[in-house]
Design a protein around this ligand. Structure first.
Ligand code: PEP
Ligand code: MN
Length: 334
C-alpha cells in the first residue's frame, strides 16, 4: 500500500497515521522525494483503505500488490515525464534521441560528434568517461577531465549530457556537468550507488543488468525512488542468453512489459542490445514501434577507430539515416 501524504501535514497527524498502520500490522517507510511525501506500507493483513483515506493528512491511498511499489503503475496511472529544459521531455509525446560515442576519447572526436548531433537536431549526447570494461587492459575512459571537455563543447550548442557514474565518490565532481546520470548494466544492482543517486535531484537512467530480470530492474529503480529521487528512466539494453550470433539478446518484449508495469519512461539501447552495427538501426526503429519513449545509440565519425564498442557504433551517414527514419516513424506513431 502507498499513502500519499498532504504537503503540509502536521507531525501529530503523521503519528496518528503511523500508529494506525502499526496496529493494522503494517511496517511503513516514509519516503520524501523532491515532489511529495509517501508512506510505503508492507503488511500481510487486508485493510479497508477507506479507513486510511479518512485520516487527517492523507491525500490519497492506493493498494499496490507488486513487490516494487513507488515505480509501479498500479498507483500512478499517468506516465512520468522528465523535463531536461530546452524543451526536452523524456516520456512526452515525442520519443527522445540520445546519441554519441561509447567513450569520450578526445576534443576533436567530441567536437565532430557534437556537430553531427547539432545538425540533426539531437539534443542529448551520450559518452562515457568512466568506463566499466570487461578487461582491465581496455580503455577505461578520460575521467572527469573528459567530462569537463564534453561539457565545454555541448553546453554552447544546447546539447544535454548523459554519462555513466560508476561509484558514489564520483558524483559530486560530475554533478555540474551532467544532465542525466547513467547506471550501467554492470552496476544495475550496486545498491550503494542507487542509494546515493536517490539523494540527488537529477534524472537517472538505469540500465537492465546483463543477466537482470525485468523485476530486478524495477527494484533497482525503486531503490532510487525510495531514497527521494523520482526522476527515473528505465533502459532495456539486452541480456545475456545462450545465443552467440550477436553480443546480447535485445529483449524487445521488455519494453511493453515495463510500460505495463511501471509509470517510468523506457529508453531502448539497441547498440548494446545487439552489439552488431548493421542491426542497430532496424532495432532502434522496432523499439519505438514497441512503445519505447526514446532510443540511445552509439555514433562515431570513424567507428572502426573507436576506442570502445566500434563494432556496434554507427557512422555519421548511418546515424543521419536512422534519425531521419525516426522522424518519419514518429509522424506515423503520434
Ligand atoms: C555504455 O553505455 O557504453 C555501456 C557500457 O553500457 P552497458 O552498461 O549497457 O553495457
Ligand atoms: Mn558502449
Amino acid at each position: 500500500m502507498i499513502i500519499q501524504l498532504a504537503n503540509r501535514i502536521e507531525e501529530k497527524d503523521k503519528s496518528i497515521i503511523n500508529d494506525f498502520l502499526k496496529k493494522a500490522g503494517f511496517v511503513s517507510t516514509e519516503v520524501v522525494t523532491q515532489f511529495q511525501t509517501y508512506l510505503v506500507c508492507i503488511g500481510k493483513n487486508n485493510i479497508d483503505i477507506r479507513s486510511v483515506g479518512n485520516l487527517t493528512g492523507v491525500k490519497d491511498v492506493h493498494v499496490v500488490s507488486d513487490s516494487y511499489k513507488l515505480v509501479s503503475k498500479k498507483w500512478k496511472t499517468d506516465y512520468t515525464k522528465i523535463e531536461l529544459g530546452n524543451e526536452i521531455v523524456i516520456g512526452g509525446k515525442q520519443p527522445v534521441i540520445m546519441a554519441g560515442p561509447c567513450s569520450v576519447e578526445s576534443e576533436q572526436q567530441i567536437e565532430k560528434i557534437a556537430m553531427h548531433l547539432y545538425k540533426n537536431n539531437v539534443k542529448i549526447m551520450r559518452g562515457g568517461v568512466f568506463k566499466p570494461r570487461s578487461s582491465p587492459y581496455a580503455f577505461r575512459g578520460l575521467g572527469i577531465d573528459g567530462l569537463k571537455m564534453m561539457y565545454g563543447i555541448c553546453k554552447p550548442l544546447g546539447i544535454k549530457i548523459i554519462t555513466e557514474v560508476m561509484q558514489e565518490s564520483q558524483l559530486e565532481a560530475m554533478m555540474p556537468y551532467v544532465d542525466v546520470f547513467q547506471v550501467g548494466a554492470r552496476n544495475s544492482q550496486n545498491f550503494n550507488l542507487l542509494d546515493a543517486l536517490g539523494q540527488i535531484d537529477k534524472p537517472v537512467l538505469i540500465k537492465r543488468g546483463i543477466s537482470g530480470t525485468i523485476e530486478e530492474l524495477l527494484h533497482s529503480a525503486e531503490y532510487v525512488f525510495c531514497k527521494g529521487n523520482e526522476k527515473l528512466i528505465l533502459c532495456e539494453r539486452g541480456i545475456r542468453t545462450f545465443e552467440t550470433a550477436y553480443r546480447n539478446t535485445f529483449d524487445i518484449n521488455a519494453i511493453q512489459v515495463l510500460k505495463d508495469k511501471s509509470h517510468l519512461p523506457v529508453i531502448a539501447d539497441p547498440s548494446h542490445g545487439v552489439g552488431v552495427r548493421s542491426y542497430v538501426s532496424k532495432l532502434a526503429l522496432s523499439s519505438l514501434v514497441s512503445g519505447a519513449d526514446g532510443v540511445i545509440f552509439e555514433v562515431h565519425e570513424k567507428p572502426e577507430e573507436a576506442l570502445s564498442d566500434g563494432q556496434q557504433t554507427l557512422n555519421f551517414a548511418e546515424s543521419t539515416e536512422l534519425i531521419d527514419k525516426i522522424h518519419v516513424l514518429n509522424s506515423v506513431l503520434i
